[in-house]
Design a protein around this ligand. Sequence first.
Ligand code: PMP
Length: 400
Amino acid sequence: IFRDVEEASPIEVFHLMKIFSEDDYPTKVNLTVGAYRTDEGKPYYIPVVKKAEKLVLESTTNHEYLPIFGLESFTKAASQLLLGDIVQRQEEGSIFGVQSLSGSGALRVGAEFLAKHLKCTTFYYSLPTWENHHLIFMNSGFNDAKTYRYWNEEKRSLDCDGFFEDLSNAPENSVIILHGCAHNPTGLDPTKDQWKQIAEIMKERKLIPFFDNAYQGFASGDVEKDAWSVRYFLSQGFEFLCSQSFAKNYGLYNERAGNLTFVLNSTDNVKAVKSQVTMIVRGMYSNPPNHGARTVSTILNNPELKEEWLDTLKIMTGRIKDMRKALRENLEQLGTIGKWNHITDQTGMFSYTGLSANHVEYLRKKYHIYMLRSGRINICGLTNNNINYVAEAITDALVT
Ligand code: PMP
């Protein structure tokens, strides 16, 4: 029965991780992974997360199912982290969260809801975007994938005019995927004024925002600042969805802790909306997992632990900023061809370097430095130990 199954192409980031792990070159560098690394190049087990996990284990008395919508103490605190003071709206029911299988699961449930119950067929994602957006939305029942311009290759900056023009031409009821902050893969976010213009166009064109928030706290180091875009849309009276991932900002990648927030402008139909979300979750995975969500909830609902977590975010983003600065300085000192201000202009974990697929291949073959074909690097893969090596290799790649 399996005879006619065609092989799908490998997923680039996982494929590269595999060949990296098999490479025994002593100074190899991995700039592909979408995860935080310490200055020793190691994964980071955040101390306050470990502390909270202990509390979770000590207070766990059974492994009964959670409600279909997940742990309420988690979804409420997660939506508040995202949207600020929304307690009243949570109480009246016009804003609610659904625990999800990390950010991907939130996007998947949200997209299926939009396709099934709002009859949406067209979605727009930024060019470029996280490569999974396309697959998730197509699997959810959308059939018309469109892009909006975002990255200006020549200037290595945001293509504002292209972005606005593409939004202005989008058909009514299109779903627009917006990265709340720390855009993956470019590391470029719109300014506040640009967000205001985006909101204005979207309102006029009757477009539906779907915010993807996978990096709150990872752009500026401040969770409040990083939520500005989403909160602005809230203040402008939009109805929208927003996915949240706690993979990066809590280092809980494999625990699949996420939240999908629904923002409605009326409580009239909340019951029906919730009932249909229930059906989607029930038919897809039935119940969410407990551990990651309880860990996050324990931290968000305890002022002392939360403070410690916020401090940790500052340390992590501080290291990322230091590495951006060091890479730029190294490249400029070496007289590397091109301008390198975009490395420090960008935020978050990722940087779109502007290196071509040929440069990327050259760097992998000659120097065993791994990055995505698009030239995207994870800044966290840089350390004080390997930064000179990487800068010198890039310099060489650009003259070859
Ligand atoms: N959105 C974006 C833009 C991402 O970069 C990621 C993680 N790579 C996600 C969503 C979701 O990741 P996860 O499912 O691991 O939370």
